[in-house]
Ligand binder design. Sequence first.
Ligand SMILES: NC(=O)C1=CN([C@@H]2O[C@H](COP(=O)(O)OP(=O)(O)OC[C@H]3O[C@@H](n4cnc5c(N)ncnc54)[C@H](OP(=O)(O)O)[C@@H]3O)[C@@H](O)[C@H]2O)[C@@H](O)CC1
Ligand SMILES: [K+]
Length: 520
Amino acid sequence: MAHMYKQHSQILLTTNEMGKADSAAVVAGVPAMELMAAAGKAVADAVLGRWSRCSVLVLCGPGNNGGDGFVVSQLLLSAGWPVRLAFWGSVEKLSPEAAHFYYAWQGEVEAYSVDLLEQTDLVIDAMFGAGLTHALEDKARDMVDGIIERKIPVCAIDVPSGVDGTTGAALGNVAPAELTVTFFRQKPGHLLFPGRGLCGKLVVADIGIPDPVLDELNLQTWENSPELWCRDYPWPRSEEHKFHRGHAVVYGGENITGASRLTARGAMRIGAGLVSLAVPIKAWAIYATAMTSVMVVKLEQSQEAEDFEELLLDPRHNVIAVGPGAGLAGFERIRTRKIVLAALATNRPTVLDADALSAFADDPKILFDAINGPCVMTPHEGEFARLFPTFNESTDINKSPDINEQCVADKLTRTRLAAKLSGAVVVLKGADTVIASPDGRAIINSNAPADLATGGSGDVLAGFIVGLLAQGMLPFDAAAAAVWLHGEVGNEVGIGLIADDLPNHLPKVLSAFKRQYFSD
Ligand SMILES: NC(=O)C1=CN([C@@H]2O[C@H](COP(=O)(O)OP(=O)(O)OC[C@H]3O[C@@H](n4cnc5c(N)ncnc54)[C@H](OP(=O)(O)O)[C@@H]3O)[C@@H](O)[C@H]2O)[C@@H](O)CC1
Ligand SMILES: [K+]
């Protein structure tokens, strides 16, 4: 995994880290004035590329985000556009570079007033960027409300004002942007909802900060992309046979039999050499009729957990998945817990999903104490809340007290804390799935379409993860790769997708992925 730290293009910078990169660039000899000039030019170029000449209102705030706004205003004016500039702040408090561009502006400086919106076709939002500390108030809030009410198109500089670049939280009302231009690298808030939904199209502009400044920072967050893990992807090699590609054991419950079948099929499709589905004898016939490439193993009624343990004595069974359809009603909960603990006791890579997580809702510590080997947990928000009930609004997110008061602990922080506490790689699912490792690394996924929000989709994801683990991928890599491939298959199938489609369409996605990222 060491190479991941050198993969700079997917790195996400918190606003704090961006500030450090910015300062390091200045130390390395890039004047702050040039950075601001380049930032403003990048925004002006993006505006000129997207919109035709129209009446523009640039709303400048009291900090350097406003400074970028002064640059854009002058460039658009020079390009012959009708531009008005409104400033909210005090000239004396501007940074030297922002003050320079304030005085370089050749037009009039107006005060914030919603009346300005009346003849405006496009708003450039240069109110607040990385320096946002609390929800917008007074005139700035009125402007935002006025833009929302009039549905005026917005181009946001760095982030739409009111969005926290580090967490994606919206502090109060935010005017949604059609286009957001950020600098150097994306911030987590561009990928995490609700921020992601407010950014519109995102452009990342190079403003002359040299990449080596990143080497000095202990960066831990990436956007998911094959470049992070493709070198470790377990492509089948001609000299191998199926026993080299692992043997996954998936536990299947008694009543909801479809879930674990989807998991087993997902594991097969992604390349596990063999998959055994271990099921209660009562449901064996249902499973056996439905499965072909997957082997179905009977567990005796009265001693399911013991039989499961015995099955795991075979060292060829190198990975385990428990959860989909495992059961929580009445005695099923106890049985599910026993099965999970038997799996974890082997210290073999284990994927825990759905009921395997909820079964420990009354005492999550039992589960966390049992995790001593490689483990991936794949909760959705509901399951996550059952296991980590204290990671909520009051969680310390290392921010100023103002932000603490107003936003729930963000998804990235919660997932990181959960991984650290449990000792497992945690995949907190959703439109902006976060994958976190107990060592602090985290990946945000951004390729999943809404079509994936359908019953059984998560069961297939668990199968993809366990299938990659079976072939020797490390848990954090396997989770990231599986989540990305799952998203790609979702895009491939598109509207009308049902979970059964996911394993079936994986081969096409794998072929395209292999063509792009792997040469033999
Ligand atoms: N880093 C880089 O490489 C580069 C960065 N660049 C640009 O700089 C931007 C960051 O600039 P920045 O740090 O000056 O912060 P910014 O967002 O302009 O505002 C800070 C001011 O707002 C105030 N304030 C905050 N919240 C408030 C609220 N709700 N209501 C009222 N006031 C509020 C806050 O006051 P305070 O809370 O501190 O009292 C402070 O006065 C960045 O987003 C990018 O656009 C580019 O030029 C290129 C190079
Ligand atoms: K902004």
